[in-house]
Design a protein. Structure first.
Length: 406
């Protein structure tokens, strides 16, 4: 009996397949005849009963009750003329061109599949102008020419137990790659970037990427510039959604204070010196002098302890003592020291002394006649002087004569 049971199990093994029901194509824009000719396609690799199942939008419209069986494709039409042939099921309720989130649930109310077409269906595709539909092909949503009722691409996998072939849909895993920014400077804008794809190497440029920078700031976008105001260690949480899949990742960011010296050398050159122990990224920093602005190009770095001398030939303008170094947003870099270089001029060895006249005083000299022509008192004095001179001459002459001749 045991052997019979084992034989029965082994006999049944080749017939076990991986049944999967999912939303395979969405014509949310209608077709070239009418925007009301919307339709939705389901796919299953096995014969599955849809009794009690439902397909509903998150906002409640449309809300479709399913029944019957599905094996391969199953087309739901809003209008019987939406696609050629007979519809598998008709439903009411329009899909919003602004986007919908569709949820497929089984009879137990368990969510089997979800398609996030929010934000105008950007994450999955479809074109309202060309009327190309959003199609899930080998794990990837694409915008292609409408194929209602046609099986999308699948991969044939040989069963390892027996030679019987089964159809198994291959669903690649969503991937999220976040660029490492390492250690950054407080006050400086830093580029954060993320790439969304899958394990097959396909990139999804339309994926929604959300960032939580750990300092209270939250934004969306695959490439974001963000500035940390204060030094510290921050945990950045990155999350992406594409179609029915989502993935998250955390990265650490070290934020340090700027340690830079900025020197005015002369009107033709300035110097930026990195006195830190780590390499400094000065991409998009600015040299500002009045109305003149020079922006450092992307991928400009200064090694630890190194410096960069910038010439006026590069910036396109000469410098003044008021020149500034700023971050990319125009805020002045903290701890900046602006110095003027004192140049040495050589002079000849000799020194010419200069005599400075402090005050010029002129004393007039009067002639002798002017003295005689003085007051009456001066005249009396002059007469007595002449008299004494005559007397002295007479006495002197007499003495000489007596001694010589007597």
């Amino acid at each position: 009996m045991i052997y019979k049971a084992l034989f029965l199990i082994l006999f049944l093994l080749p017939h076990i397949t991986l049944a999967e029901v999912y939303i395979s194509e969405i014509a949310w824009m209608g077709n070239t005849e009418s925007a009301n000719y919307e339709w939705i396609e389901l796919y299953s690799s096995e014969n599955v009963s849809l009794d009690g199942w439902s397909l509903s939008a998150l906002d409640g419209v449309p809300s479709i009750s399913l029944d019957g069986f599905i094996q391969g494709v199953f087309v739901l039409e809003r209008n019987e003329f939406a696609v050629p042939g007979t519809a598998d099921l008709l439903y009411t309720g329009a899909l919003e061109n602004g986007g919908e989130v569709l949820i497929l649930s089984n009879a137990e109310g368990i969510e089997i599949d979800r398609v996030d077409g929010a934000f105008a269906w950007k994450s999955i595709g479809g074109d309202n102008e060309s009327k190309e539909t959003a199609q899930y092909v080998n794990g990837v949503w694409k915008t292609e020419v409408a194929t209602p009722g046609v099986v999308e691409s699948v991969v044939i996998v040989e069963n390892a137990v027996a030679t019987q072939s089964v159809i198994v849909h291959v669903r690649p895993t969503l991937t999220l790659d976040v660029a490492d920014v390492g250690s950054v400077v407080a006050g400086n804008e830093i580029l954060f970037s993320a790439n969304v794809g899958n394990t097959e190497g396909t990139e999804f440029s339309g994926a929604i990427v959300s960032w939580n920078f750990g300092d209270g700031a939250r934004v969306q976008g695959s490439k974001i510039y963000h500035k940390y105001e204060y030094p510290g260690t921050y945990v950045v949480w990155v999350h992406t959604i594409y179609g029915r899949e989502e993935v998250s990742k955390k990265i650490m960011v070290e934020v340090r204070s700027s340690n830079v010296e900025f020197t005015f050398l002369d009107e033709k050159s300035v110097r930026v010196e990195n006195i830190d122990t780590e390499e400094l990224d000065v991409s998009r920093w600015r040299i500002v002098d009045g109305e003149s602005v020079f922006i450092f190009p992307e991928n400009t770095y200064i090694i630890a302890g190194g410096s960069l001398v910038l010439s006026h030939n590069v910036t396109g303008f000469i410098f003044s003592k008021d020149v500034l170094l700023t971050y990319s947003d125009g805020e002045e870099v903290e701890s900046v020291i602006v110095e003027e270089n004192v140049s040495v001029q050589y002079v000849p060895a000799y020194v010419e002394k200069e005599v400075k006249v402090l005050e010029e005083v002129i004393v007039p000299i009067q002639p002798a006649a002017a003295v005689v022509a003085g007051s009456s008192t001066d005249k009396s004095v002059s007469v007595w002087i002449y008299a004494w001179l005559v007397l002295v001459l007479l006495v002197g002459g007499s003495i000489v004569y007596i001694r010589r001749y007597v």
